[in-house]
Design a protein around this ligand. Structure first.
Ligand code: ZN
Length: 418
C-alpha cells in the first residue's frame, strides 16, 4: 500500500492583521480598564450612570454615542490623538450627547422611520461585536452601520452645540485642558476627511475651535502616569494595526516601547522570550503572554500567566480568557472553577455574548444539558438572535429545575411580538 505522507508546516506566526478586522471590537484589558476609568469619571460629573464604552477597529476618524447610549471610539481616533487630553475632549463631547438625551431622540426616530427592526439591528451589531463572533460580527456591524450612518440619525446642530458646552463643563470639573479638543479639531481641519461622518454631522470646525478657545482655562489635572498609560494604549493599537516605524512614538517611555516591540514581533516564541523579561512589573504584559501561550496551544503555561495577571488586575476580558483556557484544559475540576468565574461575569454583564457562549461550553463539558440550553438561549437574547432563543429556551422549559424553567419562560415571553 502506498503511503501518503502529508507534510505539515506549522507556522508559529502571529497574523494580527487577520484577527484585528475592521468592525471588530478591540478586546484588550488594559485599554478597556483605562477607558472605563475615565468614562466613569466623566459620567460622574455628568450625573450619569452605567457607562459603556468600546473601541472598534476602524480606519476612519470617528467616535459616537450610538442610539442605545453606548460610546464607540474608532481605533483611528485613539491613534490620531497625540495626547490624552485630545481623546478625553472627544469623550466629553460624546457623553454630552448622552447627558442631553440626544441618543434617545435618535432611538425614537430610528424606531418610527425604520421600524423596530432597525433598533434590533443596531443592538445586534454591537452585541455581535461583544460576542466575538468572527465573520457574523463583521456583517452585523456593517448592517448596524448602514442604519446609524443614515442622515436621519445625525445629531442636530443645536445638539452639537449643547454637547460642546457640556464637554467644556466636564473638562473644567475634571481638569482636562481644552487645548486637547482644540488640537484635535485643528487636526481634522488640516486634513480632508471627506467620508468622515464626524465632520458631516458636526458644526463647522472653525466655529467650534473658536468656541473652545473662548472658554479655555488653565487647570491641568491629568497625571503623567495617565498620559503614559494612554501612550501605551496607542502603542498597542499602532503596533497591531499599522505598519509604522516606532520612531513616531515618544521615545522616553520604556513601557510604550516594550509593548510596541512585543506586538510587532513575528514569532510567538520570540514574544515569550522577550516578554518574560519585561513582565515582572507589568501585569498586562503577563496577560499578553497568556494570550500568546494560548495561541501556541500551551494551556498550562496559559493558565499560569493568566492567574498571575489576575492577582494584579481586574478585567472582564481577562476573566473570560482565563475561563476559556480552563475549559480547554481537559481537567474537569477546572470546568467548575471556570463556571464560577463566568457566572459572575454574565451576572454583571448579561449583554456580553461571549460570556454566555463560554458558559454554554462549560455546561456542555460538564454534561449539564438544561443549563446548556438556557445559556444558549441567553446567548441568543444577548445578540438579538430570536431563533436561537426560541430553539434553546423551549428545550429549557422542559427542565426539572424550576429556576431554569422560569427563566426560559421569561426569555420566550421577551421575544414575543408585542
Ligand atoms: Zn457630536
Amino acid at each position: 500500500m502506498k503511503k501518503i505522507i502529508f507534510l505539515c508546516f506549522v507556522c508559529m506566526h502571529i497574523s494580527f492583521s487577520s484577527e484585528f478586522k475592521k468592525g471588530h471590537l478591540f478586546i484588550d484589558s488594559q485599554t478597556q480598564n483605562f477607558l472605563n476609568r475615565w468614562v466613569e469619571k466623566i459620567y460622574k460629573v455628568a450625573k450619569l450612570s452605567n457607562p459603556k464604552v468600546f473601541v472598534m477597529i476602524h480606519p476612519e476618524l470617528n467616535a459616537f454615542a450610538d442610539p442605545l447610549g453606548n460610546i464607540v471610539i474608532h481605533s483611528e481616533t485613539i491613534i490620531q490623538s497625540e495626547s490624552l487630553e485630545q481623546l478625553l475632549g472627544i469623550l466629553c463631547h460624546e457623553i454630552g450627547h448622552i447627558a442631553g438625551h440626544h441618543h434617545v431622540r435618535l432611538q425614537n426616530q430610528m424606531r418610527s422611520m425604520a421600524g423596530p427592526m432597525a433598533v434590533a439591528t443596531a443592538i445586534g451589531a454591537l452585541a455581535a461585536a461583544l460576542s466575538g463572533r468572527g465573520d457574523a460580527l463583521a456583517a452585523g456591524i456593517a448592517a448596524g452601520m448602514t442604519v446609524s450612518e443614515r442622515s436621519f440619525l445625525s445629531y442636530m446642530q443645536g445638539e452639537e452645540k449643547s454637547a460642546d458646552a457640556a464637554a467644556v463643563s466636564y473638562c473644567k470639573k475634571l481638569g482636562i485642558p481644552l487645548n486637547g479638543i482644540i488640537d484635535f479639531f485643528k487636526k481634522i481641519q488640516s486634513k480632508t476627511f471627506a467620508s468622515d461622518p464626524y465632520l458631516n454631522t458636526h458644526p463647522i470646525v472653525e466655529d467650534r475651535i473658536a468656541f473652545f478657545n473662548q472658554t479655555s482655562f488653565i487647570n491641568n489635572k491629568i497625571s503623567p502616569t495617565d498620559s503614559d498609560e494612554f501612550q501605551v494604549i496607542r502603542a498597542k493599537l499602532i503596533g497591531v494595526l499599522k505598519d509604522k516605524d516606532v520612531s513616531s512614538l515618544p521615545k522616553n517611555m520604556s513601557s510604550v516601547k516594550n509593548f510596541y516591540r512585543l506586538y510587532r514581533l513575528k514569532k510567538y516564541q520570540d514574544i515569550l522570550d522577550q516578554g518574560k523579561k519585561l513582565s515582572h512589573n507589568d501585569p498586562y504584559i503577563t496577560e499578553f503572554l497568556g494570550d500568546v501561550s494560548f495561541k501556541m496551544g500551551n494551556i498550562d503555561q496559559t493558565l499560569d500567566f493568566y492567574s498571575k495577571a489576575r492577582d494584579k488586575i481586574k478585567s472582564v476580558w481577562l476573566d473570560l480568557s482565563y475561563a476559556h483556557a480552563l475549559s480547554e484544559s481537559k481537567i474537569s475540576k477546572n470546568y467548575e472553577k471556570a463556571l464560577n468565574i463566568v457566572k459572575v461575569v454574565v451576572q454583571k454583564h448579561p449583554d456580553l455574548g461571549l460570556g454566555w457562549r463560554i458558559k454554554a461550553r462549560l455546561h456542555s463539558l460538564l454534561s449539564q444539558q438544561d443549563e446548556l440550553s438556557l445559556s444558549m438561549a441567553e446567548y441568543g437574547a444577548s445578540i438579538s438572535d430570536y431563533k436561537l432563543v426560541q430553539t434553546h429556551a423551549k428545550r429549557a422549559t422542559k427542565s426539572h429545575n424550576q429556576r431554569i424553567r422560569m427563566r426560559a419562560e421569561e426569555l420566550l415571553q421577551d421575544i414575543k411580538p408585542k
